[in-house]
Design a protein around this ligand. Structure first.
Ligand code: C2E
Ligand code: MG
Ligand code: MG
Ligand code: MG
Length: 267
């Protein structure tokens, strides 16, 4: 049953989805070794006339509970792939990261659907990385078959918010991930807390030992950036480097990146 606020929010969300009133913003991920833009992560936004700006942490779980997660995922992926084509037209060549709810992975044919969407728009599948956060109830190991199908198609797989929730070392070893994203909680603490630094260093070494790329999320200060570089992290993402951007802002941001990068590392 849809009750009270949940019902109002759900109706509003459903209308926004149907009437194409959701939007996507894109947050850059930058390689530490050379300051190159390696990917952009698509993040969905919903601005409602009644509820104002509703964060995805609020409406994604709502969509999951009420059978709207697949339409949301398909809308978001199509929008993001089209945006990639538009950027290509402007000479901006980057890879895409897209957040997927573990619920969508329960359909064994989901990898085929994603591949068909890439083909239809002529976006090479190996330009796409899917970011997965473990659900509270479902360990990712149950999704082994679906995850393997993505990898066979050349689509990358990142484990998001690593170090929180369930993500165990066993899963890292057994599942076909290509990237680990260290949760911003550890990044925030690292300059002040020796314990957090030890954990971050261990996560980086572990991921590298297993052949995975390491991204640090939520980098907000130059001190964190330099620390992550010194600890051997591969890629950084966070407000210091760039907030999530409207699509038309990516090209100017990218043009200004080299100069800004040198300033950040020298600071
Ligand atoms: P996430 O994938 O871990 O994304 C990172 C979140 O941290 C984003 O919040 C981003 O705006 C925010 N962030 C980025 N840099 C910083 C920073 O330096 N400091 C701080 N404090 N925050 C930073 P957002 O956009 O509200 O998204 C929250 C979560 O919602 C995402 O976490 C992701 O799990 C989910 N999500 C977002 N878009 C989608 C989507 O299209 N589909 C699905 N299934 N989930 C989505
Ligand atoms: Mg993510
Ligand atoms: Mg994350
Ligand atoms: Mg997160």
């Amino acid at each position: 049953m849809r009750v009270g606020l949940e019902r109002g929010l759900l109706d509003g969300f459903e209308r926004a989805l149907i009437n194409n009133r959701l939007s996507m913003v894109y947050q850059p991920k930058v390689r530490l070794s050379d300051g190159k833009l390696v990917r952009v992560e698509a993040l969905v936004r919903w601005e409602d006339s009644r509820y104002g700006s509703v964060p995805p942490s609020r409406f994604v779980p709502l969509a999951e509970r009420h059978g709207l997660i697949d339409p949301l995922t398909q809308w978001g992926l199509r929008t993001t792939l089209r945006q990639w084509l538009a950027w290509c037209g402007e000479g901006l060549d980057t890879c895409l990261a897209f957040n997927i709810s573990a619920l969508s992975l329960q359909h064994l044919d989901f990898p085929d659907l994603v591949e068909r969407m890439c083909r239809a728009l002529e976006v090479p599948a190996d330009r796409l990385v899917l970011e997965l956060t473990e659900g509270a109830t479902q360990p990712l190991i149950k999704l082994m078959d679906t995850l393997t199908r993505f990898r066979i198609k050349g689509i990358g797989l990142a484990i998001d918010d690593f170090g929180t929730g369930y993500s165990s070392l066993m899963q890292l070893r057994q599942l076909p991930f290509t990237e680990v994203k260290i949760d911003r909680f550890f990044v925030a603490d690292a300059p002040e807390s020796r314990d957090s630094r030890v954990i971050v260093k261990a996560m980086i070494d572990l991921a590298h030992g297993l052949g995975l790329t390491v991204t640090a999320e939520g980098v907000e200060t130059a001190e964190q950036l330099r620390l992550l570089r010194d600890l051997g992290c591969d890629v950084v993402q966070g407000y210091l480097v760039a907030a999530p951007l409207e699509p038309e802002r990516l090209a100017p941001w990218s043009a200004a990146l080299p100069e800004r990068w040198n300033e950040l590392l020298a600071a």
